[in-house]
Ligand binder design. Structure first.
Ligand code: ADP
Length: 429
């Protein structure tokens, strides 16, 4: 049997899922990150721990592997692939120091113009490195997923166009833009491939040690949130995924690309389609401020989802939102607060549903394909009352995906998702 291994390096841990050609799961493994002085070494340990947890019988049938990491988690390595610096994590904003410089080199409103972008981190590294390391011993700049895949295939300097978006790679024209080339940065920028492209066979010593087939392919990977989108099963233009976690994140598969820095909206390429996304600061973190998860469950059961709550909130933990309302000073609106907690929760769920619907409207107003269905992920997805409320606003079917783990999405990539002909052989049915 042909099997496919997906590896997910997320924010708190790593996971592995092995699937067959029909998408059935044959093995799963998990690894929780601990605080580590040497981050890159801890990722390497996690990678080989996950592989070791998969039985030899399963490993012998793995034909391809793909891997996702957190977006904009980056590292510099020497020519042997050894890290020469500590990695900088996805949410590390030290790149804020480079914003003035970035504004002078990148076009206005470009995705790289953020303190956490890969390019901001690269410029920070170059400023912090001693001159001899900067000039004489040219280093490789890689994303987390690129470096971990390198450990498996041994080819240094390869990335994919999902990880490379926030480095400034032009995903429309599939090249580095002139303004970035002209900088002549003293590092090797990765060669960028389409996610799921086979890069090379797994290193012979790893194949021997773990009994992988010798011709097992290691493919170009993706980011954790795109892997989770792929796992959901959304694959046709108009299909979307809403993540109801601590925050509210929308992703809509579209024929057209939409980028609008005012609202923090940008598009990832998925073959000939575009994955248009926006993220609001509203979401489950505000619910958690007022209710425990058990209360959310028991109180939700007492809500009549067919009845509209007239409470009109904008639930935020602190002032400011970017999408769908771009106002850094937008105040949290949580008044009037009724004495009855069921009514209060109804108002909160209804208000977040309105913000979600407004978000999808905005993406469509800015030119995306019309919404036709929404897959839901995250802690709020299990709340059927909320789903019914959201359906009233969205007016499209809402589906709870069978699979939501990023590792499953990466396994689909390893299987070959054929993103140039979306729908022809897309994600899981
Ligand atoms: P993240 O990974 O973004 O922190 P999760 O996907 O784990 O978030 O979801 C956690 C969120 O889900 C919490 O903020 C919590 O308020 C929310 N949540 C948990 N249970 C429910 C429920 N029954 N109804 C609505 N929201 C819920």
């Amino acid at each position: 049997m042909n099997l496919y291994l997906g590896l997910d390096f997320g924010t708190s841990g790593a996971r592995a899922i092995v699937i067959d050609a029909d998408g059935n799961i044959h093995a799963e493994a998990q690894y929780l990150f601990e605080a580590a002085a040497d981050l890159a070494a801890s990722w390497e340990k996690a990678l080989f721990s996950l592989i070791s947890q998969i039985s030899v019988q399963v490993r012998r049938e793995i034909k391809a592997i793909a891997l996702n990491g957190t977006s904009s988690t980056v590292i510099l390595c020497d020519r042997a692939g050894n890290p020469v610096v500590e990695p900088i994590l996805y949410n590390d904003a030290r790149g804020v120091e480079m914003m003035e410089k970035l504004k002078k080199i990148a076009p206005p409103n470009h995705t790289v113009l953020s303190a956490t972008s890969s390019l901001a981190k690269l410029l920070w590294y170059l400023k912090a490195l001693p001159p001899d390391q900067r000039e004489n011993r040219k280093t490789y700049f890689l994303h987390q997923a690129d470096w971990l895949a390198f450990l498996l295939h041994g080819k240094l300097g390869i990335s994919d166009y999902h990880n490379a978006l926030k480095l400034g790679y032009d995903v429309g024209n599939l090249c580095y833009p002139e303004w970035l080339e002209n900088l002549q940065l003293p590092v090797y920028l990765p060669k960028v491939l389409a996610p799921d492209t086979p890069v090379a066979e797994i290193k012979p010593e790893i194949a021997t040690n773990f009994e992988f087939p010798k011709d097992c392919a290691v493919c170009a990977g993706t980011t954790d949130s795109i892997a989770a989108f792929l796992a959901s099963g959304a694959k046709s233009p108009g299909e979307a995924s809403t993540s109801l976690g601590s925050t509210l994140v929308l992703k809509l598969l579209s024929h057209t690309r939409v980028d609008d820095a005012r609202y923090g909206i940008y598009s990832h390429r998925l073959g000939d389609l575009w994955l248009v996304g926006g993220a609001s600061n509203t979401g489950g973190a505000v619910l958690r401020k007022f209710f425990t998860d058990a209360e959310l469950e028991s109180l939700s059961c007492q809500i009549d989802a067919e009845k509209e709550s007239l409470l009109d909130y904008y639930p935020l933990l602190k002032e400011g939102d970017r999408f769908p309302i771009n106002d850094p000073h937008l105040p949290p609106k949580l008044e009037p607060r009724p004495d009855n907690p069921v009514e209060f929760l109804h108002g909160l769920l209804e208000s977040i549903a309105r913000i979600e619907a407004r978000g999808y409207q905005l993406l469509q107003q800015l030119g995306s394909t019309q919404l036709s269905g929404v897959y839901t992920a995250g802690g709020g997805a299990k709340n059927s009352v909320w789903t019914a409320i959201r359906a009233r606003y969205l007016q499209v079917p809402i589906v709870t995906p069978i699979h939501s783990e990023a590792a499953y999405g990466s396994a689909l990539l390893a299987r070959g998702i054929n993103m140039n002909r979306p729908g022809a052989e897309g994600a899981e049915e």
